[in-house]
Design a protein around this ligand. Structure first.
Ligand SMILES: Cc1cc2nc3c(=O)[nH]c(=O)nc-3n(C[C@H](O)[C@H](O)[C@H](O)COP(=O)(O)O)c2cc1C
Length: 410
C-alpha cells in the first residue's frame, strides 16, 4: 500500500442514504492507511448510522451540527475546510448533490464543501430512478464543471429497494484507491509517463498448455501503483496474473514474450521511465501445436527457441529516441546474485537493477532486494513487503529523472 494517505487530513462527509453503513468501512480503511479522518454527518445520515460508530473508528469527534464549535476559537466549517487535503462524500445522496450543485450551505457538510479549496471525491448512491433523473444528471454535470470533483461510481447492482440497476455506491476499497489517486496527482511524477511490466509470460505448447513461471505479478503491480500515486500516467503491461485490475492506470494485457515485446515498444516513444518487473520467458516452444497434443509414447521432446530480447531492443531505440530516460530492470537469480545482476546492468545499459533471489521472491508478499545503479552503487534493502520495495524503487526513479520526492504525493 502506498504512503500517499499517511498523515493526510481527510474530511469524510456522510449523507442520508442506506449505503451510510458502508461509510464506516471506508472510514476504517482510511484510518488504517494513516489518514487523519474527520467525519461530518448530515442529520439524515445520523438516522442510518450513529456518530458513535465513526467516532470509535476515527478516534475523533464527529461533526453533526452546524452551530457547534470545533474548538472555542475556531468556526467549524472554516477550520475543517482550510485544514483538509481531501473531501470525500460517501454516500452522496441526490439531495446533497443538488445542494452542492446549487452552492447551498445549509448544513455543516455543504458549508464545508462550499468553503474548501481541497479536491472533492464524490460517491453517489441512490435508487436508479433518482440517479437517472435528468435533474440529478444535470446537477452532476454542473458540479463537475465548476469544481475539482472526481466521481466514483455509482455501480450497477442490487439496491436497497431490492431492484437491480445503476445507483449502488462504489465499494470502499475502490473509493480509497481513488483517494490515493486524487491526493497523488500533484506528486513528483505528475505529468510523467511510466511504463511498468508485470506477471509471467505464457508460451503456448498447444491450445491448452504453456511454458510459464511462478511470477505472481505482485511486484510489478505494486510498482505501477507506487508510480500512479506519485502522479504519473502509468501503462501497466501485464502478463497473466491473479491480481485485480488496478484503477486509475492503463492496463495492457498480454500473454507471450512476443506480445510483451510489441506492447512495450509501442509505449516507448512517450515514456519517461520503463520498469521491467515482468518475468519474461527467454525461450518458447518452436511450434505451438494447433490441436491438443495426445498422450503417445514414453516421452515428448520440446524444441525451444529464443524469444525477442526486450531490453536489448529498448537500449537500441533509446539511443535513437532519447526515451525512455530511465530504464529499470529486475534480475531474478538463484546464484551469484550481485555479480550476475551487475553484468546484466552493464550489458543492457540499465540505470537501475533490482536484484532478488528468484526462489524467495516469486509469488511471495515480501522481497529482499539489492539495488544496483549504473554508477556502481550497491544498496542492500532489508526484507520488506513488496509495496514497500516498490516505494523505494520509485524513490530512485524520481531521483534518476532529476525530480524531487518532497514535491508531495507519496
Ligand atoms: C430508508 C431510506 C433510504 C434512503 N436512501 C437514499 C439513498 O440511498 N440515496 C438518496 O439519495 N436518498 C436516500 N434517501 C432519501 C434521503 O434520506 C433524503 O433525501 C434526505 O433528505 C437526504 O438528506 P441529506 O442529503 O442531507 O443527507 C433514503 C431515505 C430513506 C427513508
Amino acid at each position: 500500500m502506498t504512503k500517499v494517505l499517511r498523515d493526510k487530513h481527510i474530511v469524510l462527509g456522510v449523507t442520508g442514504g442506506i449505503a451510510a453503513y458502508k461509510a464506516a468501512d471506508l472510514a476504517s480503511r482510511l484510518v488504517k492507511a494513516g489518514a487523519v479522518v474527520d467525519v461530518v454527518m448530515t442529520e439524515a445520515a445520523t438516522k442510518f448510522v450513529t456518530p458513535l460508530t465513526f467516532q470509535a473508528l476515527t478516534h475523533r469527534p464527529v461533526v453533526t451540527e452546524m452551530f457547534a464549535l470545533l474548538r472555542e476559537t475556531e468556526i467549524g466549517h472554516v477550520s475543517l475546510a482550510q485544514r483538509m487535503n481531501l473531501l470525500i462524500i460517501a454516500p452522496a445522496t441526490a439531495n446533497t448533490i443538488a445542494k452542492l450543485a446549487a452552492g447551498l450551505a445549509d448544513n455543516m457538510l455543504t458549508a464545508t464543501a462550499l468553503d474548501t479549496r481541497a479536491p472533492i471525491l464524490l460517491a453517489p448512491a441512490m435508487e436508479t430512478g433518482m440517479w437517472e433523473n435528468p435533474m440529478t444528471q444535470e446537477n452532476m454535470a454542473r458540479l463537475q464543471k465548476r469544481r475539482d470533483v472526481t466521481v466514483v461510481g455509482p455501480g450497477v447492482g442490487r439496491l436497497a429497494s431490492g431492484g437491480v440497476g445503476p445507483g449502488r455506491m462504489a465499494e470502499p476499497a475502490e473509493i480509497v484507491d481513488w483517494a490515493r489517486i486524487v491526493l497523488g496527482r500533484r506528486g513528483p511524477l505528475a505529468g510523467r509517463q511510466i511504463v511498468v511490466t508485470a506477471g509471467g509470460t505464457r508460451e503456448p505448447i498447444d491450445p491448452v498448455r504453456f511454458v510459464g513461471n511462478h511470477s505472481s505479478g505482485k511486484m510489478g503491480y505494486a510498482l505501477a501503483l507506487a508510480a500512479r500515486d506519485r502522479g504519473a500516467k502509468v501503462t501497466l503491461v501485464s502478463a497473466p496474473t491473479a491480481l485485480p485490475a488496478p484503477v486509475g492506470l492503463q492496463l495492457v494485457t498480454v500473454q507471450t514474450a512476443q506480445e510483451m515485446y510489441q506492447a512495450v515498444l509501442a509505449s516507448l516513444s512517450e515514456s519517461d521511465a520503463l520498469i521491467m518487473a515482468a518475468a519474461v520467458a527467454d525461450y518458447r516452444p518452436a511450434v505451438a501445436a494447433a490441436h491438443k497434443l495426445k498422450k503417445s509414447g514414453a516421452g515428448l521432446g520440446l524444441e525451444l527457441v529464443r524469444t525477442p530480447d526486450i531490453l536489448a531492443e529498448v537500449a537500441t531505440r533509446r539511443a535513437e529516441l532519447g526515451r525512455p530516460r530511465v530504464v529499470v530492470g529486475f534480475a531474478a537469480e538463484t546464484q551469484d546474485l550481485v555479480a550476475n545482476a551487475q553484468a546484466k546492468l552493464k550489458a543492457k545499459r540499465l540505470d537501475l537493477m533490482v536484484a532478488n533471489d528468484a526462489r524467495q521472491a516469486m509469488g511471495a508478499d515480501v522481497n529482499q532486494v539489492t539495488l544496483l545503479d549504473a554508477a556502481g552503487g550497491v544498496e542492500e534493502l532489508p526484507l520488506l513487503p513488496k509495496d514497500e520495495v516498490a516505494e523505494r524503487v520509485m524513490d530512485r526513479v524520481v531521483e534518476l529523472l532529476g525530480l524531487r520526492s518532497e514535491a508531495g504525493g507519496a
